[in-house]
Design a protein around this ligand. Structure first.
Ligand code: DC
Length: 252
């Protein structure tokens, strides 16, 4: 594989398209790649999955059944959720997630949240509240905000529902076995004990729920650039997206 080199955007290209939407299934590389692209353009990296995770975490934390649609709907409408840049944290996070002022960046990545979040994300009231919040943040950062030049928004329905007018839409994909393997290795690194078979089964179930739900199912937007990440390194994928972002701005 040829080593990928990435040139940081300069002069005219420096601001990029303002908004980059990245969608794809779990462990398709959205977070790693989106964070790197955001860093190169000085954009906010905004992982919308974190919001669905916060609602799921809050339900579990207060002993509410995450399958109680009315209760999780109310949580999504009422919780004070803030998504912030990493700041001075040096613990591998790609963003900081606060709920009611409490830092839950890592708490929302627990296996319990993993197992319940797809059901929460399928609830219409949850989606309505969180999509509206995401659109507001997208509009706020699109032309620069808080010292940043734009936003990379990552999720499942960003190009199709949340920001259908985004000037650049990317859809990352990879076979479920490869994605499960990535997630398994990540979990091993964090000291979590689970089997590959379990990770694969959980991922297949999440894919099924995310892509078959009635509202905003996971699918590429018609004008999305689809990148199959199988066998590609992170730098190569980032390089492709940076090239597309520069092209979107009319520069090469
Ligand atoms: O990307 P993730 O694993 O953190 O996402 C958590 C869940 O939230 C996953 O089941 C898909 C859902 N989600 C969604 O429905 N729409 C989004 N824009 C982002 C995530």
């Amino acid at each position: 594989m040829k080593p990928a080199t990435i040139t940081a955007p300069t002069s005219d290209q420096a601001r990029g398209p303002g908004v980059i939407a990245i969608d794809g299934p779990a462990a398709s590389g959205k977070s790693t790649v989106g964070f790197a692209v955001a860093g190169l353009f000085n954009y906010l990296f905004f992982d919308t999955g974190a919001m669905y995770r916060v609602v799921t975490w809050a339900a579990l934390d207060q002993g509410t059944d995450p399958h109680n649609d009315a209760a999780v709907g109310t949580l999504a409408e009422e919780l004070d959720i803030a998504i912030l840049p990493v700041g001075t944290a040096r613990d591998g996070r790609h963003l900081t997630v606060l709920v009611e002022g409490q830092d839950v960046t890592w708490a929302i990545r627990s296996p319990e949240v993993d197992q319940n979040v797809s059901a929460v994300a399928a609830v219409p009231r949850v989606r309505a509240a969180l999509s509206q919040h995401q659109r507001q943040i997208g509009a706020q950062y699109a032309h620069g905000f808080a010292g940043m030049h734009g936003i990379v928004m990552v999720g499942r329905d960003i190009g199709t529902v949340v920001l259908p007018d985004a000037p650049l839409k990317i859809y990352l994909d990879a076979p479920v076995e490869e994605r499960a393997n990535r997630r398994f290795l990540e979990m091993e690194k964090r000291g979590k004990t689970t089997s590959f078979a379990q990770v694969l089964a959980d991922m297949q179930e999440r894919d099924r729920i995310d892509s078959q739900r009635a509202i905003a199912p996971l699918r590429p937007a018609e004008d999305a650039h689809i990148i199959s990440t199988a066998g590609l390194g992170v730098l190569e994928i980032v390089e492709r997206i940076v090239a597309l972002a520069k092209a979107t701005c009319g520069a090469d």
